[in-house]
Design a protein around this ligand. Structure first.
Ligand code: SF4
Ligand code: SF4
Length: 385
């Protein structure tokens, strides 16, 4: 079984449609076995960062991957990264352990050296401008004596071969990155539940940039345990085992690689299995997307996430939660309920729907005439149920 090929090569190696995200290891024990299994089937690209699985200087994703690739360094495509920003919207004090707020060329160089040491290698294949969340972080990378200068010096010294960039930009920013002309690979979020970035991604692909789809399973919502029935699939000659197959085949069909954050050997095996099956065409993927979205069309009171109801006086951000509620109600996806619980617990006050003051302003603004307050109650019931 061989994973499908992208038809592109990176660092002199052929690039398959599966790449490996190194942030979700369940522990150090199985990292080597997982990497070996992936490499055996053609998934060579490993995406690491100083922050992933950080327990200590000797126990973190970079050191685990370093041990995992001992003896096969020349077979993998190793990518590392650090950020001029703080992992969020701003820039704080230099945080080398996690790879954040590298503002000077010297700081960047020190973070690069740290990653080389942790991984036990003398070069990377790719190095990426990481967590580019906004204009401020992006621009700061280019300032004199800053991130880019440090990184390009390292490149000149042979410490890596290809420059990449990663973040959560929308299409216009993706196009700007592509037009910059210095990035050969880009890692951005893309999955069938949100295709808003497709225009920017296809623009980058057309320029010959490799696009790695981050989060193809939408934070595990399209995981192996999620069964999904999409009526009409057979009419376009397709069938699906589960939501993971849908998610991976969808991403692959557009010419992207799917960044698979594998935790277990079983997960790696199933991702390998799906990405070894015949590729869907772009046309088929678009048809699947229509069928997927059709599941919601007959559903009254479906929030379209248009945002016209904002701002809410207590800054609630319910449209995204309504989307999850609908996935749970219409597609019977337990993972959507889990996501609602996670959002309500960890995503801040904007997602704590019990803070709704029932002022009703949102309902007067909603062009779809949604009974927002009722839906808030319904969402809360699901979260508490
Ligand atoms: S009804 Fe609730 S959600 Fe709507 S605007 Fe008022 S406080 Fe915000
Ligand atoms: S205006 Fe209505 S449809 Fe649009 S995001 Fe708000 S609730 Fe959803």
């Amino acid at each position: 079984m061989a994973i499908n090929n992208t038809g592109k090569s990176l660092a002199g190696k052929s690039l398959s449609t599966m790449t490996i995200g190194c942030m979700r290891w369940s522990g150090p024990e199985n990292v080597g076995d997982i990497i070996q299994e992936c490499v055996n089937h053609g998934a060579l690209y490993l995406d690491t960062s100083p922050m992933y699985c950080y327990n200590s200087e000797t126990e973190n994703s970079e050191t685990w991957v370093g041990r995992g690739i001992k003896g096969i360094r020349d077979k993998v495509i190793l990518s590392a990264k650090c950020s001029p920003g703080n992992g969020g919207m701003g820039i704080d004090e230099w945080d080398p352990l996690r790879g954040f707020s590298n503002q000077t060329a010297d700081q960047v160089r020190s973070t690069i050296d740290q990653s080389l040491t942790r991984l036990g290698v003398d070069y990377f294949d790719c190095y990426q401008l990481w967590t580019v969340s906004n204009e401020l972080v992006y621009e700061s990378a280019f300032k004199k004596g800053g991130w880019l200068e440090g990184v390009m010096k390292a490149k000149d010294e042979g410490l890596f071969k290809h420059l990449g960039i990663t973040g959560h930009p929308e299409s216009p920013m993706i196009k700007r990155w592509a037009d910059e002309g210095i990035f050969e690979i880009m890692t951005v979020p893309f999955h069938i539940m949100n295709t808003s970035r497709l225009e920017g991604i296809e623009y980058a692909l057309a320029k010959g940039i490799i696009v790695n789809a981050m989060n193809p399973l939408n934070a595990g919502m399209l995981g192996n345990n999620t069964e999904l029935e999409i009526p009409g699939l057979d009419k376009i000659g397709l069938s699906l085992e589960n939501a993971t197959e849908l998610a991976l085949k969808f991403v692959e069909a557009f010419g992207m690689t799917a960044l698979c954050g594998v935790s277990t050997l079983e997960q790696a095996k199933s991702d390998i299995k799906y990405l070894s099956k015949p590729k869907w065409t772009r046309e088929q993927a678009l048809q699947v997307s229509d069928l997927f979205n059709n599941l919601f069309s007959g559903f009254e009171n479906a929030c379209t996430q248009c945002g016209y109801c904002k701002p809410c006086p207590v800054e609630l951000d319910f449209p995204e939660m309504f989307k999850m509620k609908n996935f749970y109600k219409i597609l019977k996806m337990d993972s959507a309920k889990q996501q609602l619980i996670t959002m309500s617990k960890w995503y801040g006050d904007g997602y704590k729907l019990e803070r709704c003051e029932k002022c009703g302003i949102c309902e007067t603004r909603c062009p779809n005439g949604l009974n927002v307050m009722e839906q808030i109650d319904e969402t809360l019931e699901i979260i508490r149920g």
